[in-house]
Unconditional design. Sequence first.
Lengths: 205, 205
Amino acid sequence: MTKKSTHTVWHHASISRSDRESLHNHKSAILWFTGLSGSGKSTLAHAVEKYLHKIGVSTYVLDGDNVRHGLCSDLGFTDSDRAENIRRIGELAKLMTDAGIITLTAFISPFMSDRDTARKLVPDGDFLEIYCLCPIETCEQRDVKGLYKKARAGEIPLFTGIDSPYQAPEKPELTVNTQEQSLSASVEHVIKLLVQRGLIDDVRS
Amino acid sequence: MTKKSTHTVWHHASISRSDRESLHNHKSAILWFTGLSGSGKSTLAHAVEKYLHKIGVSTYVLDGDNVRHGLCSDLGFTDSDRAENIRRIGELAKLMTDAGIITLTAFISPFMSDRDTARKLVPDGDFLEIYCLCPIETCEQRDVKGLYKKARAGEIPLFTGIDSPYQAPEKPELTVNTQEQSLSASVEHVIKLLVQRGLIDDVRS
């Protein structure tokens, strides 16, 4: 091949999100879980992922475990760092969605404005806000990671629900009462939402 | 279900990278394309993606188009901002690889230390450095985006190859001579590498 023809053929050949969704045989979207520490966001997100994976859906869960020590390792917990944290997670989830993956994010994401920033990054309908509703008393009683105890002892400043506010979603796509509902019932509610939105087929039909 | 039993069943059920690779029916990895502006990184990455997509491989290309205006929109082009840019791209590619995707990154990534930082984020063998080798004279002659002209006119400071160095890889997994080779031959070399590494099956066999 001559140099000239090399020049002419070196153009972009782009695979689109819809190509990737076709390959994966389902639509992609962001499932944005929000709620207090201990409200069950991460557990629910992972359980939903397990369900989806079993029916052949490409998934990924973003949570503190894989984001805070990596992509956002330079950020702390001030309001501005929290905002930047959520901004990056939103951008990351946007790229994963573009990659044809159902992306589940499990972060407290206490501020409405930050969640709305993430929502606005993607087309309408691609961002499903799932509110893990649980009274702080129950979260504190569970205290799986011992964080409430530390926060009460003054060892963790700006802890959501203690000395930093949690702004509950006003119009989430779904509210899951994680105190009242079992995990399997909660998973079922999320899956039902995905079927209703046409993201996945109804495997029960 | 009682509150007590709710507590006991709310545990993590994690899907692993290897589960996702099984679902996608191929291994995941990072193909890190590096080279001067105009050396053909992005074009080659997109052409490789097109080839892979056609044979059913889950892929995603990270390049200036989808990263600089989003995840890294807060960064400029100083050495430290460039380093942070590459760090975030490395972390992003790591997460995408964990999601079971063959992730192709197409950034100049001129500094050896930054590329090595990205390499060290993932297990041995997951990071394949692909050097798009092309003399700067040819890149400047192509000047697809008109950037060299602007850099020569002093409108773009710290332009790689003009007033900022490009440190060529010493031991890349693959060198593609984009001046001498056609695009299709270059794609074939990359695919051959992926087959050799056991990431994808040899579709020709």
